[in-house]
Design a protein around this ligand. Structure first.
Ligand SMILES: [Zn+2]
Length: 463
């Protein structure tokens, strides 16, 4: 059996792993690269394998850095099934369509501005997204499936966003069976909305994420106090706006939940919350539709939000003209918009109109990959370029790590501790190289494990 690391190796985006065994070729995730000057070129590069030669794809969750190149895979000849949870399949309907829309807009902008890559077709089209969606095959959590004679697998709740999964695979390789576990993205335990990651107790080969493998999040109480302060200071004292870049799926719903919950507790001022994303309303509806996957408090809160007619006022903005109208609001607004790393989408307009204002505030609530606009803001840039124009950064920038959807080092180690025996091989992925190195050292030291590697991009191992 051969395992090749085609993305998220020494970085956090572009998750993609190829498994080859006797008579079987499976891809786990097919994510887009985000951030960095060459992300675009990498997304446009040909796959290093023949898409039509794959038997099937297994998808951990809907985030674009895990799913975003699926339409390209289909456009280039992949005809097999894409197995994923039902909630992820629902989310992909909106997320991939939105991604195609962003690709189209970026292309139009490139052509108009004569920017790098002008004249190139979009990465994929809405028609290619539609074809991709037809190849989705929803599975339930915890049920073993056998999508191929050489493969059994099981999706377990990863507690990261709704529908997110850890995938256990049993690969038959000429008589020998290897158990592989892909952690996908793991959530932080005891956070609102989604459940805690499912413990897994055995693997021959483990592929584990390490986004925050080098640090600890603040606890939920301190995180909420930070959020309360940032919003109150901006709306009441500075009388400006709060801008929160967030993935439309997952992060947006959780932040909305926390803001409303703080408001219910009397810890937030009067405010208008604008969820400005063409797909956030759909994603919020999908979240509400999958009640059963939410934790108890969140389910109760969602019911309260849907019934309530009062405050805080929550506006879902789908229409582009309405979105542009938000630029005229100078105070009292909390605007949650995508993309989460500020590299595309409507958030760029809100940053353009608020970054230069001392009375406004930007709250960085999720992980920012190297090379993204969000990372430059989190790193304290004094000026950034938006739409080719320099914009001074005068707004306050808060980074609230505790709002992240990713487990911190303690939570990752806690999840690993459930393994009864150390896996034969463990691969640390989905983390920047220094972070992965710190995390690997922590595993060796704290759990006494051996056989841990940080795979290089395009490296392969034979088992
Ligand atoms: Zn994710």
């Amino acid at each position: 059996m051969k395992l090749t690391f085609l993305g998220a190796a020494g970085e956090v985006t572009g998750s993609c792993y190829l498994i080859e065994a006797q008579g079987l070729r499976v891809l786990v995730d097919c994510g887009m690269f985000q951030g960095g000057r060459d992300a675009d070129a990498r997304n446009y590069a040909p796959f290093s394998f023949a898409p039509e030669s794959l038997d099937l794809v297994l998808l951990t969750h809907a985030h674009i850095d895990h799913s975003g190149l699926l339409p390209r895979l289909v456009a280039q000849g992949f005809r097999g099934r894409i197995h994923t949870t039902a909630a992820t399949a629902d989310l992909l309907q909106v997320m991939l369509a939105d991604s195609a829309h962003i690709q189209q807009k970026e292309m139009e902008w490139r052509n108009k501005a004569g920017a790098r890559g002008a004249g190139r077709p979009p990465l994929y089209t809405l028609a290619e997204v539609q074809r991709t969606l037809r190849q989705l095959s929803p599975v339930d959590y915890d049920n073993e499936i056998a999508p191929h004679p050489g493969l059994r697998c099981r999706f377990r709740d990863a507690g990261h966003i709704i529908g997110s999964a850890i995938i256990e695979l049993w690969v038959n390789d000429g008589g020998a069976t290897h158990k592989l576990v892909f952690s996908g993205d793991l959530g932080q335990p005891s956070r609102p909305l989604v459940r805690d990651p499912t413990p897994i107790d055995s693997a021959d080969v483990l592929v584990v994420e390490s986004t925050y493998g080098n640090r600890l999040h603040k606890n939920l109480d301190d995180t909420l106090a930070e959020l309360e302060y940032a919003v109150t200071d901006t709306l009441v004292r500075k009388k400006g706006n709060v801008i929160i870049p967030a993935f439309a799926v997952g992060r947006t719903q959780e932040i909305l939940y926390l803001l409303v919950d703080l408001y219910r507790q009397g810890r937030m001022p009067e405010m208008d919350i604008y969820v400005d994303s063409p797909m956030a309303l759909k994603a919020t509806d999908i979240t509400a539709r999958h009640w059963g996957l939410l934790d108890k408090d969140a389910a109760a809160m969602l019911r309260w939000m849907q019934k309530r007619s009062g405050k805080p006022r929550i506006h879902f903005v789908e229409d582009a003209v309405e979105s542009a109208g938000l630029q005229r609001i100078k105070r009292g607004a909390v605007i949650i918009s995508a993309s989460g790393m500020c590299n595309a989408g409507r958030i760029k307009q809100h940053l353009r109109h608020n970054l230069g204002r001392r009375d406004s505030t930007v709250i960085i609530a999720g992980f920012q990959a190297a090379g993204t606009l969000g990372r430059r803001l989190a790193d304290g840039a004094k000026s950034v370029r938006l739409f080719g124009i320099p914009v001074p950064v005068k707004a306050d920038i808060y980074t609230i790590g505790g709002l992240s959807a990713h487990a911190d080092q303690a939570a990752l180690l806690g999840w690993l501790q459930h393994f009864k025996r150390q896996p034969r091989r463990s691969f640390i992925v989905h983390g920047e190289r220094e972070t992965a190195t710190v995390f690997a050292a922590a595993i060796r030291e704290r759990l006494g494990w051996t056989g841990i590697d940080i795979p290089a991009l395009h490296s392969a191992i034979i088992l």
